[in-house]
Design a protein around this ligand. Structure first.
Ligand SMILES: Cc1ncc(COP(=O)(O)O)c(C=O)c1O
Length: 388
């Protein structure tokens, strides 16, 4: 097997005596031992035997193994949600007095964790701008332990030059932690550019059908060991059922993402220049400010398209109300297209200035482009634009 996609699809936990083709569901909280000595050895970490599903479970392991193949990672640990993956990667590796340097354009809950909860543990942070790489190095402090980035960012679709940020991290011996949720490993493998850790909200494209919550951290074995030990004691374990769903989803990830991305590119190109829109943002449009970087590090532009309506917040609300096909829901990365208006929903609590600093303008619309026929997606959006 030469290709990582084949390896990921064929990777499977050992068959049981039933000789099943598809992985059965190991819906069990704990695992049995033949005798006291086997049990002692497992607890002493002398064997890899499953003990308890908070620590490990075959379904969870299969999902993690498949994701590791796709990301080119040495090891991984799966969690109950993307946020528990992000939080665990911070808590396991940062301590009082450490400094976290993060891109300012990050998912809202990650921002809350960094600014509200990490300070409780004496962990400092500062934010750098995605589009000002010339300033990044000056923000590194002697106690900077981790650099955290999303690329493309949610929802602004800014692109971070992974090669450049990784060179900086290596130079100063800092852990580089990349949220690869938007690109997925189909489009981008941050570890190839030098990332030490990759975090995922598996809830999004990895599931791809809006069914389950899940998350994962994959990367350097020594760092994953620390994350495993933290999670084993604190308990953000992924449910075996969700892992079973996610593992099967990996088998179709590449083919789904190719269609999401081609639909998204078609939509972005078709909407550019529309009279009701100020601008359209998509990493693979040549008008994207970091288009060259996107082309360098991504195989496709991903499944999210953003545009700004000329009429601001009011136009955004009217646009959502006029959609007939697209869903209004707080998720992304589904087979069904979704529209959202961050200024009146997910980012409504931020000040206007804070929103501006992370590229969230009043009329910004985010489309998670689904697998419907591309003409139907475009038609629904065009009709909603006409209705504004
Ligand atoms: C980029 C990114 N990271 C992390 C998360 C958190 O994931 P979850 O909702 O699975 O906790 C999200 C959720 O939208 C996200 O978009």
């Amino acid at each position: 097997m030469k290709h990582r996609i084949t390896k990921a699809i064929r990777k499977q936990i050992d068959r049981t005596n039933e000789m099943e083709h598809s992985m059965p569901l190991f819906l069990t909280s704990s695992f049995c031992f033949e005798n006291a000595e086997d049990m002692r050895a497992a607890f002493a970490d002398e064997t890899d035997d499953n003990i308890y599903s908070r620590f490990s479970n075959p379904n969870v392991q299969e999902f993690v193994d498949r994701l590791c193949v796709l990301e080119g990672a040495e090891a991984g640990f799966a969690t109950a949600s993307g946020m528990s993956a992000v939080f665990s990667s911070f808590m396991a590796l940062l301590k009082q007095g450490d400094h976290l340097l993060s891109c300012n354009a990050i998912f809202g809950s990650t921002h809350t964790v960094i600014t509200k909860y990490l300070p409780k543990f004496g962990i400092e942070h500062s934010y750098f701008a995605a589009d000002k790489p010339e300033e990044w190095e000056s923000m590194v402090r002697p106690n900077t332990k981790m650099i955290y980035v999303e690329s493309p960012t949610n929802p602004g679709l800014d692109i971070i030059d992974l090669e450049a940020i990784s060179a900086l991290a290596k130079k100063h011996n800092i852990i580089l932690n990349v949220d690869n949720c938007f690109a997925t490993p189909v489009s981008q493998q941050p570890i190839n550019y030098g990332a030490d850790l990759v975090v995922h909200s598996a809830t999004k494209w990895l599931d791809g059908q809006g069914r389950v919550l899940g998350g994962a951290v994959v990367g350097r074995k020594d760092l994953i060991k620390e994350i495993f030990l933290f999670c084993r004691s604190t308990g953000p374990a992924l449910s075996p059922f969700n892992a079973w769903v996610l593992s099967k989803s990996i088998e179709t990830l590449e083919v789904r993402m190719e269609r999401h991305a081609s639909n998204a590119l078609f939509l972005a190109q078709s909407l550019e220049g529309h009279e009701k829109i100020n601008w359209v943002k998509y990493p693979f449009l040549s008008s994207h400010p970091q288009h060259a970087i996107a082309k360098k590090q991504m195989r496709d532009g991903g499944g999210i398209v953003c545009f700004e309506l000329k009429g601001g917040v009011e136009a955004g609300r009217k646009f959502l109300d006029s959609l007939q096909v697209l869903s209004l829901t707080a998720n992304l990365g589904d087979s069904r297209s979704i529209a959202s208006h961050p200024a009146s929903t997910t980012h409504a609590k931020l000040t206007e200035e804070e929103r501006q600093s992370v590229s969230i303008t009043p009329g910004l619309i985010r489309i998670s482009v689904g697998l419907e026929h591309r003409e139907d997606i475009l038609d629904d959006i065009r009709k909603a634009l006409d209705a504004i």
